[in-house]
Design a protein. Sequence first.
Length: 317
Amino acid sequence: MKYILRRASLGPGPRIALQREQYDAIVQARLKLRLAADIEEKLDLVLENLVDYERDLLSIAIRDCLFPSTDFGNGMNQLHLAARRAMNLLSSARSYIDQTKHATSRFFGGDAARAEKVTALFRQQYDGHLEYRVAEALRNYVQHLSLPVHILRSSVKWEEQDEAQQRLRYWTVPLLSLDQLVEEGEFKKTVLEELLTARSNAKEKTWELTPTLRRYVECLTIIHQGVRSLLAEELKAAHEVILHAMGLVRAEGGDFECVEGLLVVATDDAGVVTARHNVNELPWGRRAALAQKNESFPNLALRYVSGEHPGDGAQPK
């Protein structure tokens, strides 16, 4: 077998012979960069789905404020919109969990001990937060039985402030009906018992979905910080392997665009290509951009966005 490093585009340029060890190192390095970028992209999908969910709840509230309606069809359309956004969020979170475990296992070359460290990150959040357990059980429930929103409550209330600044507040509350979950008998029993215990003294046996989803996503971002730490050292080394390969080509006068990149090729003794792999920095750049965008989310579960203002009585003179 022969191993060649060359420009990806057609045309003249250096063709650098590699040893098998060099070829294997480049192939593994590009794989690690791609896997790390894939993990960042899966987290980004989760976060963008949370944005969609929160945005559409605000949209429902503003429409209820301006165009109040008791039409049943309109109410069901709003409920289905909230349910669809919640389903998208839960599905993307499940994808993040499954694919992060799979990708890190490949990244570590099947090293069970290091893969277990990733599994432990997920287990810690699952065991430590009821909201995580509820979201996981709800995702399974949605997949096999029903919608993640049973009731969509459009709430309105005069805020208890002094009269000059008193305001009428509108907000949207997606709810799970615990009575419905009990009747259907398909929701994870241990988690349902936790919900019933938590709401044992409440007049209404319901569970608010939004705080649960916010805490769930916060848990995933905490896990992600741990995953980044576990990958960091090997990821940096992999990037250096790619930079070194590019340096070899440039040292031989082979200039190229970063987007274009290189090819590392394996051929048999007859010169027939048996494997080829693109080599460039695109996964590294994509991963870095997403990591910067989604750097950290401390206290995400405690954050919320509203159109609140101090009231006309508080306008500066």
